[in-house]
Design a protein. Sequence first.
Length: 399
Amino acid sequence: MRIWGKRAWALLLALFLAGGAAGCGARPGDGGQVSVKTATAAKGKLEATQTISGALAPARVANVVTKLAGQVLAVKADVGDRVQAGQVLVEIDTKELQAQLQQAEAAVDSVREQAEQARLGMEAAQVAVANAKVALDAAQKYYDRIKALYDAGAASQSQLDDAQTKLDQAKNGYATAAKQFEATKKQYEAVSGAGLAQAEAAANTIRVNMSNAVITSPITGVITNRNINPGELAAPTSPQPLLVVADTATLKLQGTVGQEAVPLLAVGQKVTVTLDALPGREFTGTVTQVGPVATATGQRFPVEVSLANPGELKAGMTARAVFKLTAPEGVVIPLTAVRTEGGGDYVFVVKEGKVERRPVTLGLRNEDRVMVLKGLEVGEEVAVTNVGVLQDGMAVKVE
């Protein structure tokens, strides 16, 4: 009985192992092969749609800030008001600046008066130089004549010495006059040049600050925020803008698309836009930007669509833009043939009863087909069923 029991257990174990081997990926009667259906990689074009959704945003938003610190006299626009570019929005008190400007302009007048006095002094010194030069020339001629007579024995030593003294005095007088002229000239240049320019610059700075007291709208749009009131102090360092102006004449929708769609998009391309708030309505948008760099979330690229606002659209409304894309002719296979692992895509190519795992680079796809950009040739057969249980080199039975 013990011998029979051991033999029975061994027989049962052998039957269990055989049954387990037969059940791994194969069906009874298929000779241990996995049954698959295949599709032929065909040459053709592929059409697909991609959708981006989000909230409409103004095409432009401008924060109205102040360059001048001061008390606000008037705020001439409120939330909801439509304003034009250049329209006055805020006025700031300039009493202190006006007083400073009066002082600066008085300083300019004083410097100009000093420059005029220096100019007159320079002209007087120039006349003195001319007179000294005349005296020097006369003394030089006198000395030359006495020297010639002295050499001829017709003039005494005392006469020559007297002529030399007069010449030396004339030279000293000329040198003094020339030095005085250079001094007055430098004084005039300093006052009329750098001095006057500095005084005028100070006055102009105050005038510019006064012009900053009138704050205008940088763009045409609608006031969306107001953070200032008359009597309050405005400051350039304030964390909040005085007002916010949004250009809602054009709205934009931003989203991302897969990298396979990027080559098929172009700035200026028209797209259909729908809104939840306006069911049954369709609007035409225009692609205004296709981002050249993928977003931080992976292989997706930012896209911006702009659409003209006919009047009923509001910033913040939920919208969807649908891109109708057509890929150029290439290799197309069923989407069910593709598997993804470790961030890479692959298919199983069926050849002579076996499968070869083949990495592929994919392009545009729709609900049931995908474009293969690299890794597969037209005419090759790919498995489209039981793909999840296939392994490289596995024998298969094509149904």
